[in-house]
Design a protein around this ligand. Sequence first.
Ligand code: G4P
Ligand code: MG
Length: 168
Amino acid sequence: MEKYYLSYSEIHKTLKKLAGQIKASGFEFDVIVAIGTGGFIPARILKTFLNKPILTVGITYYDSNNQPMEAPRKVQWIDEVEKRLTGKKILLVDEVDDSRVTLEYCLRELLSYNPEKIGVAVLHNKRKEKRGTLPEQVEHYFVGRELADRWICYPWDAEDIDLHESMV
Ligand code: G4P
Ligand code: MG
């Protein structure tokens, strides 16, 4: 199967464009919530353009053998979560909307704290049939770049970054 190899520079530019879309939409938010680990670097780059604080959550859907589990599970969650999220406007950030199962799980968990608003921004969306759904309370869904349903090789996963860059 063909794969996408993407560089830090290309990703940075996609995130700048994504930040522009978010600003142009008029969606205002208090805090970015990054879904780790894939969402950490995209969230940090978005912060350069959007300048909001970042909270992080760790969610994993794959076990140590890279097999999907029955459901996503929390690896790490937000301290004093009620104080930080209740009544707040949240932008949830992840690197890829693939099956949407992790996104849905995370959105439902966050919604249980009654934020005032929630929007989602993903660096990439894979065009495919989704198993998860975005809850109706989600007011905005922003995508940096739409891609076909192929495996995306992110630079932060590269063990040899020079080799990775040569594949871009
Ligand atoms: P979704 O809700 O965002 O669509 O995610 P889904 O549950 O389908 O699966 C998410 C997991 O699969 C995440 O990893 C995500 O990074 C990974 N993933 C899906 N497609 C790709 C891809 O094309 N390339 C890469 N590199 N990863 C992909 P995770 O193991 O749950 O957590 P983490 O790796 O973010 O720590
Ligand atoms: Mg991953």
